[in-house]
Design a protein around this ligand. Structure first.
Ligand code: ADP
Ligand code: MG
Length: 268
């Protein structure tokens, strides 16, 4: 359904994404995992068309996102839902109005139809009956579920999730993860989930892509990843601080930086 070809994104001298080729199948949950700074969010933003690659291509079927007309991009976006890490709810609107918001903004549907659709989405995330609560009255897990319902409002074909479980207690994180897995299965949507939560990620993935320093170092089913003997993959899965994945990403020597950094003021 979606695939990338030699996709790269540089930020000055930081290579966030380095010639990656990935394939995302329709109607599956693809989980993109990797440590902090491995390029997950960058990849997600590129896939969602929120920013442009430095080089390479992103294909939606036969359509290249590069050089796509504004009109075509808009049509494509209308088929996408997004639940980003800091996708805050609108604080002045209650739960119902937050979920209804995209429908009110982007469609001309009658209020009674919107009511039916919002009720269905809230039922899907287990929040029917909470329509009148304001965002400040919600727990972190409930707020994520409202944001999830809002992302589902337009019945998207593809939904992007950036760290959907971060900042949640383990039970709320489990609830969100299983909602993503179940809703993907039952509505035949395509979910692309970025997370560093190994447990939740492996639990819900049909396909896992593991990134390290902007490159894919392993991919396959959760079992393939669990049994992968690449030392970097094992270090990541087991969350070990020591191993081939360094704690610091800097390429320059610490001692050299301390002693010789040009242009810095040194007191002698
Ligand atoms: N807008 C930006 N400007 C400069 N550097 C960025 C920007 N976005 C990401 N980066 C850098 O690109 C690398 C990958 O970042 P990111 O995709 O956010 O990683 P992850 O989501 O896996 O933590 C990091 O080194 C980060 O500092
Ligand atoms: Mg990120």
């Amino acid at each position: 359904m979606i695939h990338t070809e030699q996709l790269s994104r540089h930020f000055d001298d930081v290579i966030a994404l380095n010639n990656t080729d990935i394939h995302i199948k329709a109607q599956q949950t693809t989980v993109i995992m990797g440590g902090s700074g491995s390029g997950k969010t960058t990849l997600l933003r590129l896939l969602a068309g929120l920013e442009c690659p430095t080089s390479g291509h992103i294909w939606y079927g036969d359509d290249d996102l590069n050089g796509m007309s504004q009109k075509r991009l808009y049509q494509l976006r209308a088929r996408m839902g997004m639940l980003f890490q800091y996708s805050a709810l609108l604080n002045s609107l209650n739960v119902y109005d937050n979920v209804a918001f995209p429908l009110v903004e982007h469609t001309k549907l009658d209020n009674s139809v919107i009511h039916t659709m919002v009720t269905m989405k809230l039922e899907q995330v287990g929040l029917r009956g909470f329509e009148n609560l304001m965002p400040s009255q919600l727990s972190g897990g409930m707020a994520k579920r409202v944001a999830f319902a809002r992302a589902l409002a337009m019945d998207p074909e593809v939904v992007f999730f950036d760290e959907p479980t971060s900042g949640l207690d383990p039970i709320s994180a489990g609830v969100i993860a299983s909602l993503i897995g179940n809703i993907t299965k039952h509505t035949k949507m395509t979910s692309i989930v970025v997370t560093h939560d190994v447990h939740a990620g492996l639990e819900i993935a049909d396909h896992v892509i593991l990134l390290w320093q902007g490159k894919v170092i392993a991919e396959g089913t959760s079992d393939v990843i669990r049994n992968c003997d690449d030392a970097r993959v094992q270090q990541f899965i087991e969350g070990r601080p020591d191993g081939p994945i360094p704690f610091s990403r800097s390429e320059t020597s610490y001692i050299e930086d301390l002693l010789h950094k040009p242009g810095t003021v040194r007191i002698s």
